[in-house]
Design a protein around this ligand. Structure first.
Ligand code: SER
Length: 439
């Protein structure tokens, strides 16, 4: 099943359950002052949850581009290290605004996963909220009751607020949640360690797939919870993870969402993906971050030195440092990756008439923008390294022991004054200055 079909099946399923189907909104949260980027499917519906606006449709289903690189939900440093985190990902969601609640959400989630997508029931675990004294909340008995109609109680696991109480930020709409996890290990592994011991333990093959949040409260800035007048449902299923499960892959990066992109990166950097862990890690970082950058630019952000543009520029520079240091690439190449990403974006739109510009113009404009950024930053790196080389020469000439503190000062000075990334100068300096010189 390819990724387009997987998305389509989700939306059709909820259409049959009388949901209005929506295209993804922008990845940039320009109308929400508490966020920079859309970090969950529910962001665009916040006013409905808070009762500030009324939705024309009480049931909606959509897929939403999300970016988790700032604020409460930040996955920037998880990316690459494991095989299933992303800074940019798509979230499949169904929504009830004062309409259905726990019973239907649980029933439909189970039906979709086990009867439509045909995920093996024996591989599914669910988690529910065990209660919290501080917030004066008790165990989510109702969710337990509905889950227990579908699944054995040994597979219903209780977790605390960290896992089973969802909040968008430090304030805002929130509520208890129930999560669906899938165990993708082989039978031998499952026999050795039962899956329920590995849920929420960061195992790469026992992963969270779907989060169903029951929005019932508003978290105030003093930390207290206020009950909302109407209850709502906010669900979010990681699209890349769903593809990983249905395409029987061990990593989201091996699904057809990523394969073309990874192939291009490997081709343009003369590497083979899947052989050396450090190279693979770098390739995954490039693939993930490039999607973030291109999706954000597609939605109107231009890399720059302030606000949204600055965040995107920093991500882009993180990619450049990664390819410069790990893949030893010294020439721009990221701009060549724009095409497969833009093709992906345009292919996922439900309604092609929404597309404002033609494909080749968009690819050309974004590639040019990225090429300029790469050239500029590679020049900065080159200039900084020249300075650093001269400093190293001088230090060698003096032949006296230098203390580590002095080296650190130099590294920060090169960053402050010439913009030379800390990782690059650290890597060069500690490799080049003989150990006895550093005391
Ligand atoms: N808001 C929840 C999440 O982001 C479910 O959509 O996980």
């Amino acid at each position: 099943m390819n990724h387009k079909k997987i998305r389509q099946i989700f939306l059709s399923f909820f259409k049959r359950k009388k949901h209005k189907i929506l295209n993804s909104a922008s990845i940039v949260a320009k109308k929400d002052y508490s966020l920079m980027f859309t970090n969950a499917g529910m962001n665009i519906f916040k006013d409905f949850f808070l009762g500030k606006k009324k939705s024309q449709d009480s049931r909606i289903a959509n897929f939403q581009k999300c970016l988790r690189i700032t604020g409460k939900h930040n996955d920037l440093f998880e990316v690459g290290k494991d095989t299933y985190h992303h800074t940019m990902f798509e979230m499949l969601g169904n929504w009830s605004f004062g309409d259905y609640f726990k019973k239907e959400s649980i029933k439909w989630a189970w039906e979709l996963l086990t009867e439509v997508y045909k995920i093996d029931k024996s591989n599914i675990y669910v988690t529910i909220f065990k209660g919290n004294k501080e917030d004066k909340l008790s165990f989510d008995r109702e969710s337990f009751k509905y889950w227990n109609k579908k699944i054995d109680d040994s597979k219903i696991l209780l977790f605390d607020k960290k896992h089973n109480f969802w909040e968008m930020g430090t304030t805002g709409p929130c509520g208890t949640c129930t999560e669906i996890h899938v165990d993708l290990r082989n039978e031998k592994e499952k026999f050795k360690i039962p899956g329920n011991n590995l849920v929420n333990k960061k195992h790469p093959l026992v992963i969270e797939l779907w989060n169903i949040v029951f929005i019932q409260f508003f978290r105030k800035s003093d930390g207290t919870l206020v009950k909302l007048p109407t209850f709502h449902v906010d669900t979010g299923m990681g699209f890349e993870r769903l593809c990983m499960v249905l395409q029987k892959k061990k990593s989201t990066y091996d699904t057809d969402i990523f394969t073309d992109l990874i192939k291009y990166i490997a081709q343009h950097t003369d590497q083979i993906y899947g052989v050396t862990e450090t190279i693979d890690l770098a390739i995954r970082i490039i693939a993930d971050h490039m999607r973030s950058v291109v999706f954000a630019i597609y939605d109107g952000i231009i890399p720059s030195n302030n606000k949204y543009g600055y965040v995107i520029r920093k991500i882009l520079r993180r990619i450049i440092v990664t390819y410069y240091l790990t893949l030893k690439i010294k020439k721009p190449f990221l701009f060549k990756l724009v095409k497969p990403i833009i093709c992906y974006i345009q292919n996922s739109h439900l309604n092609k008439s929404h597309l404002k510009y033609d494909l080749s113009t968009i690819i050309y404009d974004i590639s040019t923008m990225i090429l300029m950024e790469e050239k500029l930053f590679l020049k900065t790196i080159k200039l900084g390294i020249n300075k650093l080389e001269k400093i190293i020469e001088k230090l060698r000439e003096t032949k006296c022991n230098i203390i580590d503190g002095k080296i650190r000062k130099i590294i920060y000075w090169l960053y402050d004054t010439y913009g030379l990334p800390l990782e690059i100068s650290q890597r060069i300096i500690y490799k080049r200055i003989p150990y006895p010189m550093i005391i």
